[in-house]
Design a protein around this ligand. Structure first.
Ligand code: IMP
Length: 198
């Protein structure tokens, strides 16, 4: 089954292809000449994932899906949340975002809870209908960065499933099995199977 994944991120495309497995052929917007940044200026993960999927569907008329992810830190009242990608400001690197996060948490004091979660929302547009799937990875924020695998905030995020290491220190396959995006994408794959497409 051929579907467009509304992302320009090659790492995410590879991850999604592995998670969805055989039977899904994922293509990027670039294959349809859509090379500009897809707008995502909503106030929620749901709004952003729908906005990205709509953008691609309006331009291609094809089945597609988009994801949006936020890191929610309890002692920061759910921040950075929908601003996770640009926490340190537009155009900043992952390193800057992690440094800002560790700094903001240090300001809360040594006794502040470090619990946090990644939440992914996937919007699928199939035969013109919208379907939403969610995945969560519970964990906590490390005191300092460790590991060089994964991407984004992985060096400062410790999953409850592997409580002694950061997500940047576990193999990619192990991460996919427990990750927020993995769960949301598997829920989407399950829905597609139930609805007769696989
Ligand atoms: P996006 O909506 O998937 O682009 O995610 C927004 C931001 O969340 C990214 O820029 C990353 O900083 C962060 N993020 C998303 N997924 C992960 C992950 O699996 N590990 C670490 N950081 C992530």
């Amino acid at each position: 089954m051929k579907m467009i994944f509304a992302t320009g991120n090659a790492g995410k495309l590879r991850e999604a292809s592995e998670i969805l497995g055989e039977g899904f052929e994922l293509v990027t917007p670039a294959s349809f000449g859509i090379t500009e940044d897809i707008p995502e200026d909503g106030d929620t993960l749901e709004a952003n994932s729908a906005q990205k999927a709509d953008y691609i569907h309006e331009r291609t008329g094809l089945d597609c899906f988009a994801d949006d992810t936020g890191l929610e830190v309890d002692c920061l009242d759910g921040a950075p949340g929908v601003y996770t990608a640009r926490y340190a400001g537009p155009g900043h690197r992952f390193e800057d975002n992690m440094d800002k996060l560790l700094k903001e948490m240090a300001l809360k004091g040594p006794d502040a809870p470090r619990t946090a979660r990644f939440r992914s929302v996937v919007t699928l547009i199939k035969d013109g209908g919208h379907h939403v799937f969610e995945g969560v990875m519970e964990g906590r924020i490390a005191l300092k960065k460790a590991g060089c695998g994964g991407f984004g905030y992985d060096p400062v995020f410790i999953s409850d499933v592997y409580p002694d290491v950061t997500v940047a220190e576990i193999p990619e396959e192990a991460k996919n099995a427990i990750s927020h995006r993995g769960k949301a994408l598997r829920a989407m794959a399950e829905w597609l199977r139930e609805h007769g497409d696989r």
